[in-house]
Design a protein around this ligand. Structure first.
Ligand SMILES: Cc1cc2nc3c(=O)[nH]c(=O)nc-3n(C[C@H](O)[C@H](O)[C@H](O)COP(=O)(O)OP(=O)(O)OC[C@H]3O[C@@H](n4cnc5c(N)ncnc54)[C@H](O)[C@@H]3O)c2cc1C
Length: 442
């Protein structure tokens, strides 16, 4: 039974949220040009080593660094060391500090509620408190996440979300709390080396746990098949929480020491995030070209793809490059060229998230113990993902893609797996394939 405690902060260590994610090299291709941001990035990154474990605590494979840091690999972010993980707060802090240095104003507490455009300008309606004001611009970038209100204007229909049948429990536990509660026993067991650890625990049937062990916190991200997903009202939100006992029971076969830490987490402070899928929607730019969606508002990802934030950053780099090439007066074409350059790549990587989750949940553990290298093959991130430079790609392909948009000339994207031609897919189709045990082939 969970005892629960009231003095454990929710996701806060030293006053900042420390949830972690991984943004791969393609998201950092221009970081070298911004030395202050780069040094903040290096300070905030978690240089973790990856390993794969059986749920009860048997180590199956030491994976180490990401493939992009293997000897001889050349990734897309020149002169930047890109480890597996960054903290969300660290990246947010890095970006807002850069805006301050450049005098770019950020206004908080505003909600974009409607998008429109004329031939000359885009107009976004913004709610501040009870007041709605209208702001005009050459283009508006709707980078407002999965709940964006821009679909009505951009594609004329909402992006319907389907539950994947899976949910993820998430919780950060500050290390000082573990020290206080468990003395050194747990720390000695989990900290063998100097570097942070990123562990994946395989938890059959149909679950896996990502645990980050750092000098500041333990982070739990526990993905499980949720039999009640149709009835329950869980949300894509950091505010949907569950009783601690529910989590402990669901992951009762996890390493007992990791469970002990979970047990003392206060009730209703573990986030339960329903994993939802949306069919890839190819149209991110309005007919008039003045409103363009970017990041999750255009394409949401399953966390197992490890790519949502990376693709949002790639979008930003690509869009900025297209606008730079087009210059003022031709921005309406630039947004469409950007869409053309990006959609097929993003939709292919979205599909990749199905594969990874499916593999992690169905792997034969006996086989994995005998031949741990199959785990490496399963998790390896291909070079076409981490080696891609979205700025370089936009510079090299803008003209041809523009001719495609304006004159219907043929254009083929080359930012996909070698030899692969994109074929439209749907969530329903992928789920059916998975049910037949053939999911996710790219
Ligand atoms: C549990 C979980 C784990 C994940 N792990 C990873 C990972 O390891 N690697 C990875 O690459 N990705 C990961 N992702 C995905 C990643 O977090 C998202 O893809 C990424 O944050 C998308 O960035 P975004 O800027 O498009 O949207 P968001 O990060 O959602 O940002 C949208 C912003 O818009 C604001 N906003 C919302 N509505 C409005 C409005 N109407 N008006 C004005 N502003 C608004 C929001 O407050 C927010 O600041 C994970 C996601 C989840 C849920």
């Amino acid at each position: 039974m969970a005892t629960g405690r009231s003095d454990l902060p929710l996701t806060v260590v030293d006053g900042v949220s420390r949830d972690a994610f991984g943004i791969m090299a393609p998201g950092w291709t221009t970081l070298r040009f911004f030395p202050s941001m780069k040094s903040q990035f290096e300070k905030e990154s978690l240089d973790a080593e990856l390993s794969i474990w059986r749920s009860d605590g048997l180590k199956l494979l030491h994976y180490g660094d990401g493939s992009w840091n293997a000897p001889g690999a050349v990734h897309a972010a020149k002169d930047v060391y890109v480890p597996w993980l960054q903290t969300r707060s660290g990246v947010a802090h890095m970006l807002t500090s850069q805006c301050q240095r450049l005098g770019i104003q950020i206004q908080y507490g505003t909600t974009a509620v409607d998008f429109k455009e004329t031939d000359e300008k885009a107009i976004v309606a913004i709610e501040i408190g009870d007041e709605v004001t209208h702001v005009e611009a050459d283009i508006v970038v709707a980078a407002d996440g999965v709940g964006t209100k821009s679909h009505a204007h951009v594609s004329g229909q909402s992006a319907k979300a389907t539950s994947s049948g899976y949910s993820i429990f998430r919780r950060i536990v500050p290390l000082e709390f573990i020290e206080k509660e468990f003395s050194l026993r747990i720390l000695e067991k989990f900290f063998s080396g100097q570097r942070p650890e990123f562990r994946i625990y395989l938890c059959p049937p149909d679950a896996h746990a990502n645990i980050i062990l750092s000098k500041e916190f333990f982070s739990y991200a526990l993905t499980y098949k949720d039999p009640n997903y149709l009835e329950k009202d869980a949300k894509e939100s950091w505010n949907a929480t569950v009783p601690t006992d529910v989590v402990v029971e669901k992951f009762s076969k996890l390493d007992p020491d990791l469970l002990d830490v979970l047990r003392v987490i206060p009730n209703e402070s573990i986030v339960d995030w329903t994993l939802r899928w949306r069919d890839p929607q190819p149209k991110w730019t309005s007919d008039g070209g003045r409103v363009v969606q970017l990041g999750d508002s255009a394409h949401s990802f399953l966390p197992t793809s490890g790519n949502g934030a990376t693709q949002a950053c790639e979008d930003a780099l690509s869009l900025a490059t297209c606008l730079r090439i087009a210059r003022k007066g031709k921005e309406r074409v630039a947004t469409k060229v950007h869409n053309k350059l990006r959609f097929e790549r993003v939709a292919t990587i979205q599909k990749f998230g199905f594969m990874t989750r499916s593999s992690l949940h169905t792997i034969d553990l006996k086989l994995a113990r005998e031949k741990p290298e199959i785990l490496r093959d399963m998790l390896v991130m291909p070079e076409w993902i981490w080696g891609h430079d979205p700025v370089h790609y936009a510079l090299g392909n803008y003209k041809e893609a523009e001719q495609h948009i304006l004159e219907g000339a043929p254009f083929h994207n080359s930012n996909l797996p070698q030899g692969y031609t994109y074929e439209p897919w749907t969530v329903a189709g992928e789920m059916e394939k998975e049910a037949n045990r053939g999911s996710g082939e790219i």
